[in-house]
Design a protein around this ligand. Structure first.
Ligand code: FRU
Length: 578
């Protein structure tokens, strides 16, 4: 070796040694450490969805400041997720990474592709580029979303929190993500609101505007109550004095503990008849009611559910509210209750009960064997309403998916959307009280001009005179067929040939709904991967996902109905979180 070559080798070794400071060390079959600098805004982590999770501890100054699970790429990169570095508040951090599962069959961890593909960046691209990413439905800018949480309205702004995984597009690391809107249609994602802590990850819950400062956090403070999902499920409080932007966790958490494993999803509401707060949560196969004067100390009141309605799955995400009964000038209590599985077409669905509630006990007015469904599609779950909505409105949003296939639907950088917002009311039919979900009136403002054909974002208004079949089709022959049977008074939607159904055997399906009398009008909201159908101002509601390889651009009707197609003014993509 010439002297020059020797000097060059030495230099390369030195560079290697210096780089090694910020490289990774492999400490065993499944354990690695990586030191990172925080001079750039993000470390982009490469994700491979089929891989097992790696547990990541972020260590600053010898303390674990963040922990999360991420499916770090072993073979190839499906997409990236950003790890925010500058908020760590130190020039360097150590990532302590433990890979789960059987590593031997994958080879040695130092050969995993994540090491070559992790990269620093000052920006993370969240443009709305995926083909199926809706244009007027809320989705997170990236990452996984399930249930809507803690929704409330204050000072002209609708706040939507949601079950969020910021480190991948499958369920994990439950955090409350946050988005806001002034019109219930255009949403802006805000920084994450409530992050996992020593009590566990942050499962579903609700939030109220404490106008009279009953909790002592300040008049108008926003008080969130959620499930801390640790070794057991317990209920915790966090409050916000800046209108829901940032939350402080209450030092006295947990505020409610239970004795059953499935003990979650607290929903709080002000009861103006008793002048107290009430809370309802899911506990196994029933719901439990509590009362409180200050949102901190809760008294158990009673349970409901044993023997009532559908019990073919786990009871989750209750919501209790009073709704107007159409044509009567009076209101009745309604208990919304989500169940998974057990839905009428398999998997997740939303049932409800109507009756009386005196602040202590709910009495269902129907026979125990009666089951009432709020929406007769396959993709309407975890439905809850906004607290403090203006003009006494009861505005609900659902998670537009189904646990049967939610983790497999063909999207990548983000997964799952919410339904459009719906105004709820009750109506009577054949001696029973039912719940209607009408498209919120804000949807009228985004209705554009009439068009000859549907596009990927259209509203279709159908004037119905009798039985008909309506088909939406694209040039590939993929189709969604809706049929109304006037004799049976049922509306059906068949998505068996709607496009990609291959990701789950449970996806191809026909869903059928009662129309509670003759169907007169039907409104369809088509977005890139969903169709929501509302008959007779929401007395029939049906929400289904579809994944066509190109938009349905033809609509045909056979039978006694006429359709008008409107463009929907697509909303701009949501800005990135920060
Ligand atoms: C419903 C649910 C809730 C739970 C949350 C966890 O979809 O299972 O019961 O709080 O999701 O993400």
């Amino acid at each position: 070796m010439t002297i020059n070559k020797k000097i060059l080798m030495l230099c390369l070794c030195l560079v290697g040694a210096v780089a090694g400071l910020h490289a990774q060390s492999f400490l065993g079959d499944n354990h690695a450490m990586k030191r990172v600098t925080t001079s750039q805004r993000y470390l982009l982590l490469p994700v491979e969805e089929k891989e097992e999770i790696a547990h990541v501890n972020v260590i600053v100054d010898n303390k674990v400041v963040k922990q999360f699970n991420c499916r770090l790429a072993v073979d190839h990169v499906d997409y990236y997720v950003p790890l925010e570095l500058q908020s760590l508040g130190a020039p360097e951090a150590l990532l302590d990474i433990t890979f789960q599962g059987e590593r031997r069959s994958k080879g040695v961890i130092k050969d995993f592709s994540c090491w070559q593909n992790m990269k620093y960046a000052d920006a993370f691209d969240t443009r709305n580029t995926e083909r199926f990413r809706p244009s007027y439905h809320h989705t997170p800018a990236y990452g996984w979303m399930n249930d809507p949480n803690g929704m409330f309205y204050k000072d002209g702004v609708w706040h939507l929190y949601f079950q969020y995984n910021p480190y991948g597009s499958q369920w994990e690391n439950m955090t409350w993500g946050h988005s806001t809107s002034r019109d219930l249609v255009t949403w802006t994602q805000q920084p994450n609101a409530i992050e996992p802590d020593g009590l566990g990850t942050i499962f579903s819950g609700s939030a109220v505007v404490d106008k009279d400062n009953t909790a002592g956090f300040g008049a108008g403070a926003v008080v969130a109550i959620y499930t801390s999902a640790g070794a057991s499920q317990v209920q915790s409080l966090a409050y916000s004095t800046d209108g829901g932007q940032t939350f402080t966790k209450y030092a006295g958490n947990p505020v409610i503990t239970g004795d059953v494993p499935d003990f979650r999803d607290p929903n709080v509401f002000w009861n103006d008849e008793t002048g107290e707060w009430n809370l309802v949560l899911a506990a196994g196969q029933e719901v439990r009611f509590y009362s409180s004067k200050n949102l901190k100390e809760w008294r158990y009141e009673s349970s409901f559910g044993n023997g009532y309605g559908n019990h073919d799955g786990v009871w989750e995400c209750p919501d209790m509210l009073r709704l107007p009964v159409e044509g009567t000038g009076s209101r009745k209590w309604a208990l919304i209750l989500n169940i998974n599985p057990g839905g009428p077409f398999g998997g997740s669905a939303t049932q409800y009960f109507t009756g009386t509630f005196d602040g202590h006990k709910f009495t269902c007015e129907s026979s125990p064997s009666t089951t009432k469904w709020m929406d007769f599609g396959k993709d309407h779950y975890a439905t809850v309403t906004f607290d403090n909505a203006p003009s006494g409105r009861a505005v609900a949003m659902a998670w537009m998916s189904n646990w049967q296939y939610a983790n497999q639907v063909p999207t990548r950088q983000y997964r799952s959307a919410n339904s459009i917002a719906r105004d709820l009311y009750l109506f009577s039919s054949n001696g029973e009280t039912y719940m209607a979900s009408a498209p919120c009136r804000e949807m009228e403002a985004v209705r554009g001009r009439k068009t000859a054909h549907p596009t990927e974002t259209s509203e279709v208004e159908v004037n119905v005179k009798g039985s008909f079949t309506l088909t939406l089709r694209n040039r590939k022959g993929e189709e969604v067929v809706m049929s109304y049977d006037a004799a049976a008074q049922t509306l059906a939607m068949n998505r068996s040939k709607s496009g990609d159904t291959s990701f789950s055997e449970s996806f191809a399906a026909t869903t059928t709904a009662p129309t509670f009398g003759p169907l007169k009008t039907l409104r369809l909201f088509i977005d890139r991967c969903s169709i929501e159908a509302f008959g007779n101002n929401g007395k029939t509601a049906m929400t289904n996902l579809v994944f066509p390889s190109e938009p349905y651009n033809a609509l045909s009707i056979k039978g006694k109905a006429k359709a008008t197609v409107y463009e929907l003014k697509a909303q701009p993509a949501q800005p990135a979180t920060k």
